[in-house]
Design a protein around this ligand. Structure first.
Ligand code: ZN
Ligand code: ZN
Length: 230
């Protein structure tokens, strides 16, 4: 448990510092040792507050870009992660909880509609849309701060952004449209189209076949914006 806590968190803030990254300590792509892909199983762990329609939507989009996915039965959010002062759940507690459901060849992603939060600098409790170990075996995403008009597309983008962090990807500075972009104070969700060639190459070395060929799954149908509450 303690060893897990030594991993640096990648924190994706939904507001001013959306998708800000705690850990940028990754080797440049040209220095990363090339290893044969071993394949990664994505384990989806929906919490029982989330609509099954959204769970199904994420599954159908993910299965197109990664062949190995397991969907677990919905479970309640752990009481131990509840932060009563703000009526929301601590994302750092959730990814610790989810890690326990992973294996050495899998990553577990928790999905919820509830508001989630974590520590950001001196701020004790900051609302976020996602949180992941980087690298690690778990992450969590929330629909709470997404546009209701375009929720499936935005949710999917956040899902694969967080999964990218679990594979060791930091926020991307190679391309302004890469899905691993840091929002840096704005909402660029709808500008992000795909992983850039550098992030794709990194994921492929990790055995994640995030080769997005159907861009319709990423396109929005309506203009949207995030809610602005903390
Ligand atoms: Zn991020
Ligand atoms: Zn990139």
């Amino acid at each position: 448990m303690i060893a897990r806590q030594t991993f640096m968190f990648i924190i994706c803030f939904s507001l001013i510092s959306l998708w800000a990254c705690y850990n940028e300590n990754i080797k440049e792509e040209k220095h990363v040792e090339v290893l044969p892909p071993e394949g990664v199983t994505i384990i989806m762990q929906p919490f029982d507050d989330l609509s099954p329609i959204l769970v199904d939507s994420i599954y159908k989009r993910l299965i197109n870009i990664n062949p190995s996915i397991t969907v677990l039965e919905p479970i309640p959010l752990p009481v131990s992660a509840y932060y009563s002062l703000r009526n929301r759940y601590r994302a750092d507690s959730l990814i610790n909880f989810l890690w326990q459901r992973s294996t050495t060849k899998s990553v577990v992603i928790g999905l919820t509609s509830k508001d989630i939060s974590t520590k950001k600098g001196n701020i004790k409790d900051w609302g976020v849309i996602g949180l992941a170990y980087c690298p690690g075996h778990s992450c969590v995403v929330s629909t709470y701060r997404l546009s209701k008009n375009n929720i499936e597309s935005q949710f999917f983008k956040i899902v694969i952004h967080e999964l990218g962090h679990t594979q060791g990807l930091p926020h991307c500075q190679k391309s302004s449209t890469c899905l691993m972009n840091d929002y840096e104070g704005g909402n660029k969700t709808d500008e992000l189209q795909d992983f850039c060639q550098f992030c794709k190459a990194h994921l492929e070395r990790k055995g994640l076949e995030f080769k997005i060929t159907d861009h319709s799954s990423l396109q929005q149908s309506h203009p949207s914006c995030f809610s602005n509450t903390r």
